[in-house]
Design a protein around this ligand. Sequence first.
Ligand SMILES: NC(=O)c1ccc[n+]([C@@H]2O[C@H](COP(=O)([O-])OP(=O)(O)OC[C@H]3O[C@@H](n4cnc5c(N)ncnc54)[C@H](OP(=O)(O)O)[C@@H]3O)[C@@H](O)[C@H]2O)c1
Length: 250
Amino acid sequence: VPAVRQLLPEPAEVIDPVAAHAAAARPRPADRPWVALNMVASVDGATAVDGVSGGLGGPADKAVFRALRGVADWILVAAGTVRSERYGPPKTPPELQAARVDRGQSALPRIAIVSRSLDLDPDLPIFADGAPRPLLLTTADAPDAQVERLRPLADVEVVGAESVEPGAALAVLAGHGAATVLCEGGPSLNGQLIAAGVVDELNVTFSPLLVGGPSERVARGPQAAGLDLELAHLWQDGAVLLARYVRAGA
Ligand SMILES: NC(=O)c1ccc[n+]([C@@H]2O[C@H](COP(=O)([O-])OP(=O)(O)OC[C@H]3O[C@@H](n4cnc5c(N)ncnc54)[C@H](OP(=O)(O)O)[C@@H]3O)[C@@H](O)[C@H]2O)c1
């Protein structure tokens, strides 16, 4: 575990990201699960280098990534990210699994993938034997052949006609017991969640890099009304800054 220091709201020399994220308040709104986003970005706002986020992250970002997965009931991710990052199942260590069970959660978070095309490689690690079955949230116009190809490997739920609406996706996850949903991107899904007004928390790791290039920002999509955020904490690992924001008034 890297030596993460807290700068705000009050200085603390050593922070355990797992314990701190487990202790953070995430009051479930009345009509849907709590929704947290987690992204890593360069200081100039890039979220990918050569098409993947790996060049931006480091040990502290990975620690926060694991800590947030530790508190989430469900992980929500869009198909573009699953393809480019070659997603695998959550690697929740035994002690974190035990802590989850003590809190009344399942030992492992489950992963829901949003896709219209269902163009997902069956050889992706996320579909491997023995891994928890992912849930594919798709649309009525998804190609039948893709549905049949992936059904042995994943649960499939049709959530919309042409598009998986954020509210409908969250309702499905709530029906599967989700009180806390962690969205791991990518920018197109983040943008839709922001536009729908359903983001309660944003975790951003700012990597000390300037990368330029064509990368997406943390979110893209329809212009949103704007979501006011409060800074819940700011951590530091060397030149890496790790911020947690929550929706104002949440
Ligand atoms: N820095 C970070 O922390 C971070 C995190 C995540 C991702 N990334 C990067 O972001 C990039 C990917 O982001 P992206 O914005 O291009 O793609 P994305 O948001 O990950 O995925 C887009 C795809 O998701 C599906 N999708 C999205 N909204 C949908 C809806 N409403 N209904 C049905 N399907 C929907 C579609 O899949 P189909 O095409 O299958 O229909 C769409 O093509 C990658 O380079 C990745 O490395 C960075």
